[in-house]
Write a protein that binds this ligand. Structure first.
Ligand SMILES: *[C@@H]1O[C@H](CO)[C@@H](O)[C@H](O)[C@H]1NC(C)=O
Ligand SMILES: *[C@@H]1O[C@H](CO)[C@@H](O)[C@H](O)[C@H]1NC(C)=O
Ligand SMILES: *[C@@H]1O[C@H](CO)[C@@H](O)[C@H](O)[C@H]1NC(C)=O
Length: 371
């Protein structure tokens, strides 16, 4: 007992001492949490599309958000938080930073320098993806980030802005919608040529003002947390096109090819671009592992959406009229395309602290800590 007391005492005194030091250097302390800037599609969207009155892809209505604080439908395609939230949380933030369009509406301010979420549901690497859906294309997301960088340089000075960007995490989750688009349009483009065109867009060789990794690098970003494409053929929306309810294998093949090409591209870029560091999350492996061993993850359903209509609840989006499951923590899919809050947390935890088979050449925690 006495021993415990003395340990407590030391801890208490230690804490007071540290607190005094911290209050002196409160700013430095807060800055220890790296800023996070998030790009991509609905897997990371925390309400961007809700700010676009004419957007056709949105989730700002129930049952979406049913497990969010106050059962608030925030525009996240989830029953609660999504992977962008959990990743941000693991890095020390409260949840994902707010959408850029939120800042644009309420006033661009210093909070943006701690992070912004640009992700927009239905976007892809190619601007033909999501055409006519009134969303924020990837190319537009990069332009928005460019304005954040300019404002930061203007208000904090170039040197400080450079330092902030260098230690910031750039998280990107994109690619699925381009592959869906390829199949929906019954494209006759050779698969290898198509995957190559996605890599070109990811690298941004068209020009450096519009594009992705190189454009972000040229703006000063150095740390890239990249999330690859999941086995999208296993989404309820795709399974309903297989008479057995099994995964659409051809789409999964594309997801795997996307991963391999992205792995090669990032290896190349990290040699080419001095100071660039990255972590590549293999969403395919992560998710297939869950689908093949559901009981290991306490899941009872990995083929049916929790919220939706029709076969496997995969024929229609989640609305207040749709079927809704009760045990949401036992489902992989929230709706016809998106994971539940529970599955999103599993994914974020794996990205953050997972081993080499799921995230290479380092995990997101190591990327965040890298100097
Ligand atoms: C970059 O690409 C965009 C769209 O593809 C084009 O409008 C713009 O003129 C290009 N800029 C340069 C500098 O080539
Ligand atoms: C449909 O699913 C089965 C597994 O249930 C699989 O063997 C088959 O290849 C799938 N069909 C297509 C067209 O992907
Ligand atoms: C597993 O699922 C059951 C049923 O929903 C739930 O009661 C239990 O808490 C879950 N266990 C874990 C470890 O999540």
């Amino acid at each position: 007992m006495e021993k415990i007391y003395s340990v407590f005492f030391i801890l208490l005194v230690g804490t007071l001492f540290v607190n005094l030091q911290i209050s002196n250097a409160a700013k430095t302390y807060r800055n220890a949490i790296p800023p996070i800037f998030i790009f991509g599609d609905s897997t990371a969207d925390v309400g961007t599309n809700s700010f676009l009155p004419t957007s056709k892809i949105r989730a700002d209505f129930p049952h979406n958000g049913i497990d969010f604080p106050n059962a608030n439908p925030t525009g996240r395609f989830s029953n609660g938080y999504n992977s962008a939230d959990f990743l941000s949380k693991l890095m020390g933030h409260r949840r994902s930073p707010k959408p850029y369009l939120y800042f644009l509406k309420t006033g661009l301010n210093n909070k943006m320098f701690r992070g912004v979420n640009f992700a927009s549901g239905a976007s892809g690497l190619l601007d033909v993806t999501g055409k006519d859906l009134n969303i924020v294309f990837m190319s537009a997301q990069i332009k928005q980030f460019r304005s954040v960088c300019s404002i930061m340089a203007y208000s904090k000075g170039r040197e400080v802005a450079k330092n902030v960007l260098e230690k910031s995490m750039i998280a990107i989750s994109v690619g699925s919608n381009d592959i869906f688009g390829y199949f929906e349009s019954r494209s006759t483009v050779n698969p290898a040529v198509f995957i190559n065109s996605l890599m070109t867009a990811y690298e941004s060789h068209i020009n450096v003002s519009v594009g992705n990794i190189k454009a972000l690098y040229n703006l000063g970003a150095r740390k890239f947390g990249i999330i690859s494409v999941a086995p999208i053929g296993c989404c309820p929306s795709q399974r309903i096109h297989n008479a057995t309810g099994g995964c659409l294998e051809i789409e999964n093949t594309f997801a795997q090819a996307f991963y391999s090409s992205l792995d090669a591209l990032l290896k190349k870029l990290s040699c080419e671009l001095s100071g660039m560091k990255y972590a590549l999350g293999n969403s395919y492996e992560m998710t297939i592992n869950v689908i093949n061993h559901p009981q290991l993850f306490n899941l009872t359903s990995v083929d049916t959406a929790c919220c939706g209509e029709g076969w496997l609840n995969g024929e229609k989006i989640c609305t207040s009229k749709a079927n809704l499951c009760l045990n949401r923590n036992n489902y992989l899919f929230w709706d016809l395309y998106h994971p539940t809050q529970y599955a999103s947390e599993l994914a974020a935890t794996t990205l953050y602290s997972g081993g080499q088979q799921f995230v290479t050449p380092m995990n997101f925690a190591q990327l965040a800590a890298a100097t």
